[in-house]
Design a binder for this molecule. Structure first.
Ligand code: ADP
Ligand code: ADP
Length: 228
């Protein structure tokens, strides 16, 4: 589903590469943690997958998209097939819970009657049944992240990228959020989650990809956070 072949990203000739000759594959339906210290290349990896930035050399595939040669007019299609969740939730504060999720469908031109059918289902699915009309400001951090996940999955993307989704949450809420991501994954969506959360990685025992200084230094099938 995700494949990198000898990907190097060098922002400036004078500095060390942000990604250095990285080759890896994440299969359809896999769940992988992406770990490594700040500056190790995790965000660069996500940006490459979304074609927000292009590699200096190497090849990238997401599903059937050959990302590095993708035409500009195909980029929206690529991005529609990748859901994204962030540490800071990035909800639209002026819109209700339901409107935040509906917006993701409106921008791709789904008709209102379809939207009205899907949104309550997906809110129920992430554990927000009954909260459709709340405003983001009225929600807990865990609830805001559930909205963000609902919005990210409502188009049924092939891949869900989560960039430190539990970074602003307490340990119990973090665990609950990872359970939602796990459920999304078990439905068939490939999930890659960048995290510094040792407890979660150790509890889940899923695949662990570790970056250090732009190098892929570890790839364990049922990994732990390790000494990092
Ligand atoms: P992480 O997400 O693991 O913290 P990043 O991918 O953000 O790591 O950064 C990897 C390296 O690339 C760092 O040395 C960082 O300073 C550098 N870097 C990231 N983005 C840019 C950019 N837009 N321009 C120049 N250097 C960058
Ligand atoms: P599970 O097997 O985990 O229960 P399902 O795929 O059967 O998941 O989904 C349960 C319900 O949640 C379905 O009725 C569906 O409408 C809703 N749902 C799940 N995922 C999504 C999604 N990405 N977008 C919209 N609705 C969803």
């Amino acid at each position: 589903m995700i494949k990198l072949e000898k990907v190097t990203k060098q922002y400036k000739a004078s500095t060390r590469p942000a990604l250095s000759n990285v080759s890896l594959e994440v299969g359809k339906g896999e769940f992988a943690f992406l770990i490594g210290p700040s500056g190790s290349g995790k965000s660069t990896f996500f940006r490459m997958l979304l074609k927000e930035d292009k590699p200096t050399s190497g090849d990238i595939w997401v599903g059937d998209f050959h990302v590095n040669t993708l035409r500009a007019r195909q980029v929206p299609k690529l991005r529609q097939s990748i859901g994204c969740v962030f540490q800071d939730f990035r909800l639209l504060q002026q819109k209700s819970v339901a409107e935040n999720v509906a917006f993701a469908l409106e921008v791709i031109g789904k008709p209102a009657n379809t939207i009205n059918q899907i949104v309550p289902d997906v809110l129920e699915y992430v554990g927000l049944g009954g909260k459709a009309d709340r405003m983001p400001g009225e929600l807990s951090g865990g609830e805001m992240q559930r909205v963000a996940i609902a919005r990210a999955i409502v188009n049924r993307p092939l891949v869900l990228l989560a960039d430190e989704p539990t970074g602003n949450l307490d340990p119990i809420t973090s665990q609950e959020i990872v359970e939602v991501l796990d459920r999304v994954n078990r439905r068939g969506t490939t999930v890659v989650m960048a995290t510094h959360d040792r407890q979660i990685v150790d509890a889940m025992r899923r695949r662990v990809l570790e970056f250090d200084n732009g190098h892929l230094v570890r790839d364990d099938k049922h990994g732990v956070y390790g000494i990092g």
